[in-house]
Design a protein around this ligand. Sequence first.
Ligand code: GLA
Length: 382
Amino acid sequence: MLLKTPPMGFNTWNSFGENISADLLKETADAMVDQGLAAAGYEYIVIDDCWAERERDPKTGKIIPDHNKFPKGMKDLSDYIHAKGLKFGMYSCCGVRTCANYPGSFNHEFLDAQTFAEYGCDYLKYDDCFRPGTVDTVVLYRRMGMALKACGRDIVYSICHADRDKDGEWSRAIGGSLWRSTNDIHDSYESFMNIAVSQLNNYCYNYPGCFNDMDMLTVGMYGGGDNVHVRTTTGCNDEEYKSQFALWCLFGSPLMLGCDVRKLRPAARDLLTNKDLIAIDQDPEARGIIDVSCFKEDKYRLSVMRHLSNNKIAIGLFNKNGEPERDVQLLLSNCGLPMSGGYGLKMREIFSGEETGIIKDYFVTKIPHHGCKVYIAEVVKC
Ligand code: GLA
């Protein structure tokens, strides 16, 4: 199996859009190692859209890397990234053009997969724009799945189709390693919370080998970056980024960094390398999330739980709306424990280290506006 746990890495899109270059990617690879991100498990450096010349080579039909952005070509860059102990990812589209209007792989799937393999590519994000309406999408995604199998190299297949065709149902079968389940993220609380809530019913489509991809993280952007499609005026604050990272880890999403890791602030670095959260994300059983909120579609609170290996349980409590703080409840019967049934939970909050002792029937805690608490819990007799 190519991926036993969700992939972790960096993607250029959120912060850089079309302003990418070999120098930027090399500096990013350096920073991934120097900032301790590589040691924390982030390994894929993925170039998103806008890396190619506007037209294919008329003689060979091959896509050509942009001469100004990548003057020494892609193999030079992938060698640099591999020498750092990291892996190299690329981007293409199943349509005739990519979403930013560069050549897409439609009818060139096998040639392109071969070209990516020659570059030393380990990961392909495959998007869906400019697709001829007469062609079935799933067939096109299958086609690239076959092309990757034939290219002679293990390449993680990242399906990016925003769940337009119940993608969770077919992505694994056609060779996908992850499938994008949402529209594009913006650097705001509303954007990432909406994404998470929209995935509460997709819990059955997250499994070892093929993961539900909730999009690249905006943690650490703080309203910066060159990409007007993702950037917002103020971005998020640290409390909000804590919630975003906790949600991605609790839901078991791929963790692809979207901030400029060369300029990572210490608070964002500490968060993104939080061992407990990463261990939840990377839990080998890769089980889905369960909504245990007291009220469905509650505008103010969200409570979720997830089974982990070794009889542990992760619990996340979120204050979606309530200044300066709000009580958020966990009703143990929603988690499957009977009221006064002789079993409770013993929990440790991972940011504060605070231990709850044994809780029975219900638990209430104060959480700051847009903040969260995340617990590692075990079921105990009481
Ligand atoms: C789509 C994808 C984004 C990004 C852009 C690039 O919008 O969803 O993640 O890859 O295309 O053009």
